[in-house]
Write a protein that binds this ligand. Structure first.
Ligand code: ADP
Length: 453
């Protein structure tokens, strides 16, 4: 059964059960109240009969001849006071009484009881603390009042059921529209999922409600955004790699052909150029290998407790000759205390090598490159700051993308593969950290690596 059908059936079931329970409970409550009311009025009538007998005794000094007035008293004649409360109660009550009056010695003075039932009510007749006799009352329910009670209960039940019937119809109509409203976003999402499953990753859903379905729709759109981007990256990767391989391969091919045809002398300079291209190719292959590791979520890290200042000191030492060559001042600003952190030193070394290599490459002679280590509350921050050419603001969002080069021709000539930052980002993220960039064109660039403690 579809969700909409289920919603309607459960709504109908709830209304039905509510109606049944309500009518059941109301019926028993009405019966009880009715009975309470009747028994209260019976109590008052018995009291009235008692008072009439006592008044009789007070007037005549004995219960002799009480049988003459007993019928009237039972039917509501208020002895000595004409028609009053007693008569009224007699009309209102649904019970008729048979009464036996006995004097103090137990002699029967009057008897109107036709059926002597077990559930009689026995009361003493007392005047000034002296028992002058007893009365036994045998109540019998009137059939007319029983019918009245049944009619009353029946009409109350009918009113309740009718009320629930109409309320049920209205609720089902409201439920129908409500369930349509609930299931509409679901069917939108369903068709979105079907589209994505068919490979239609540019499909987006528009859910205009302000509830959780809207959030679900947003999450779905976000997911398809990521899917689309991943799909695009996957499709372009092969094309990018082919493109990157083509340039050095065509240079090598053309030069070897020229040597073969004798148009080019295989001088030391030509061979150096050829080995340069081969070096470029092998660097590209090793960068690609690293990138695939950095981007595969399953890369196993070999973490060990490492002192960050010491690690960077060793790396900087290895770059010193390059800095000296360009007259660049290469400095390390250590944290005041030793900083130990669990990292895969090989991977983090690669991150530092890529960032430091870039900083030195894109900083002109006599510039300054500084590595700053800071101990923050929840993380360790390593900044690579240079006084180089900077990156144009519109290019900043793309610099971590594969094969992105801010200055295509120049960076390629400099030997850059356009993969260094993607690799660095991948390795930092595997460590649960992040990498940020800040750059001012003409002034310099700062890359900040944040590693959680
Ligand atoms: P590449 O191997 O080309 O340097 P990267 O991924 O390391 O590739 O860097 C991508 C691009 O970002 C570079 O081509 C360069 O234009 C720019 N870039 C990276 N680091 C710096 C920096 N410190 N200063 C200026 N530009 C930079």
């Amino acid at each position: 059964m579809k969700l909409r059908g289920k919603l309607l059936v459960s709504l109908a079931a709830v209304i039905l059960f509510m109606g049944l329970f309500q009518s059941f409970f109301l019926q028993s409550r009405v019966e009880k109240t009715f009975e309470n009311y009747l028994s209260e009025s019976d109590q008052m009538r018995i009291e009235m009969i008692k008072q009439n007998i006592i008044s009789y005794y007070e007037t005549f000094g004995s219960l002799e001849g009480i049988d003459r007035i007993l019928d009237d008293s039972i039917n509501g004649q208020n002895y000595g006071m004409g028609m009053g409360m007693g008569r009224m109660m007699g009309h209102m009550s649904g019970t008729s009484f048979g009464v036996i009056v006995k004097d103090a010695s137990g002699n029967v003075m009057a008897n109107t009881a036709k059926n002597i039932s077990v559930n009689s009510i026995k009361q003493e007749l007392i005047i000034n603390g002296k028992t002058i006799g007893t009365i036994n009352v045998y109540p019998t329910k009137n059939s007319s009042i029983e019918r009245l009670e049944q009619q009353f209960v029946h009409s109350v039940k009918l009113a309740i059921l009718l009320g629930f019937f109409f309320a049920g119809i209205i609720s089902l109509i409201i439920g129908y529209f409500l369930s349509r409203k609930i299931t509409k976003p679901l069917s939108q999402l369903m068709s979105g999922i079907e589209n994505v499953a068919r490979g239609n990753t540019d499909y987006r859903v528009a859910i205009n409600s302000k509830d959780e379905f809207h959030q679900l729709g947003e999450a779905f759109n976000q997911m398809t955004n990521t899917l689309e981007r991943t799909e695009r990256v996957r499709k372009t990767l092969v094309a990018d790699v082919a493109h990157e391989l083509r340039t050095p391969l065509s240079i090598i091919g053309a030069k070897l052909e020229s040597i073969q045809t004798g148009a080019l002398e295989p001088t030391e300079e030509v061979i150096l150029q050829l080995s340069d291209e081969v070096y470029r190719l092998s660097r590209l292959v090793s960068d690609l290998q690293q990138l695939s590791q950095a981007e595969s979520g399953s890369l196993k890290l070999h973490k060990k407790n490492t002192e960050v200042n010491k690690l960077l000191e060793v790396i900087i030492e290895k770059f010193q000759w390059l800095a000296d060559e360009k007259n660049i001042s290469l400095q390390l600003s250590r944290s005041p205390e030793e900083l130990f952190i669990e990292i895969d030193t090989d991977r983090i070394t690669q991150v530092a090598v890529n960032l430091l290599g870039n900083a030195l490459r894109y900083t002109p002679n006599r510039g300054v490159v500084t590595v700053i280590v800071k101990n923050e509350k929840h993380h360790i921050s390593i900044s690579f700051s240079d006084t180089g050419c900077g990156i144009e603001p519109e290019k900043l969002p793309f610099i971590f993308e594969r094969f992105f080069r801010a200055d295509e021709a120049r960076n390629r000539d400099d030997g850059g593969t356009g993969l260094g930052l993607s690799i660095a980002k991948g390795y930092v993220e595997i460590h649960g950290g992040e990498i940020k960039v800040n750059s001012i064109i003409g002034k310099g660039t700062i890359f900040e690596v944040i590693l959680p403690k």
